[in-house]
Design a protein around this ligand. Sequence first.
Ligand SMILES: C[S@@+](CC[C@H](N)C(=O)[O-])C[C@H]1O[C@@H](n2cnc3c(N)ncnc32)[C@H](O)[C@@H]1O
Length: 404
Amino acid sequence: MGNMLIRRVPAEVDSWIEEECSRYRVSRQEFVVSVLQTAYERKYEGQMTLFPTPRTVERAVPGTLPFKFIDLFSGIGGFRIALEKLGGSCAFSCEWDRYAQKTQKAWFNEEPAGDIRKIKPADIPDHDILAAGFPCQPFSIAGVSKKNSLGRPHGFRCAQQGNLFFTLATIIEAKRPPVAILENVKNLQSHDGGRTWQVIRETLRDLDYVVCPAVIDAAGWVPQHRERIFIVCFDRQVFREEPDFTFPEPPAGPRPKLADILEAAPPEKYTLSPHLWNYLQEYARRHQEKGNGFGFGLASPDGITRTLSARYYKDGSEILIPQGKGRPPRRLTPRECARLMGFPDEYTIVVSDTQAYRQFGNAVVPPVVEAVGREVLRTISGFLKQKGCLVKSPVAAYRSRKAS
Ligand SMILES: C[S@@+](CC[C@H](N)C(=O)[O-])C[C@H]1O[C@@H](n2cnc3c(N)ncnc32)[C@H](O)[C@@H]1O
């Protein structure tokens, strides 16, 4: 028995199916399967040519549900690595940073489109899952304090970056993907007294999506404390009622530890100079005296690290590896950062250390996305088993309902 997912059924065909179903008192599934069965039989009787020319059939990864996804604000493609592993094919991606584009070209042999604000939604191919790690600087604690200290607006008031959420919402409204998986910093929910999150949630609900948010700590998958909010949205017009969806639990068994990802012989250049190490210790001492806990972070190889940030290239102080008494600690190598984020070693680093640190510090953790994506696919498969097919309501119906 195969399952099928049908999207973009033309309005007149959709209402014909509806009429026939009520006339014959059959479900949409029974009706569609019966039409296909008849077509299949007639094909062998030589009475019907389904398609005038042979069509290219895209092969799905065996045992997985084939689906198309798009990756917006794609960085180095953390979503893409995870979703391709689950059997998805990337129909479109968009990222304006030229170094991230270079990494994507090396990894996927494809360059993403550039500035999202210049892309017409109509030029984006149809897809089943929209993935987006929309820019987080306007919402993160580090971003907010930096912007505060510079006297700049943040959140939605940051016209340059914060409003990119609305660009994203416009694409969701135009393309109506059955599922959207969005990712951002944990602070998104508390930013501006909760008002930023309220606007985001209400915008998605107004678009007729069921919004399921959860903060997930990547520490269950990689040896790093990294809390991120995942917002999984289901199109209510497709799923009709609340979808049967739960966020994943981390894999059972011992948690990963830092020692698992460390290089055996890291080059000497990653060891801190005595001058920088003295400065960091002095800075931490002064801050502790004032009652501020913010200083460098010496990570134990038996434990996990603090969150890798995009600013790690500056001094690497948030994650330092001890190297024994009398020797300054070292920072992580770019390869160790890749591993800390769950990127497999086969993805070679093609940019400078500075860019590599920025790219990994900005990325999603692919194993976490894979776990979330697997649950999303479970929800879709469950829905398919129950309903027979995922028939997408015509966009026009939604528009007229919205207008009324
Ligand atoms: C949080 S990162 C996303 C990281 C990505 N999910 C990954 O796994 O690497 C946000 C990305 O949005 C990109 N970005 C910001 N503004 C953009 C714009 N107007 N158009 C396209 N990309 C943009 C940034 O360059 C950055 O790489």
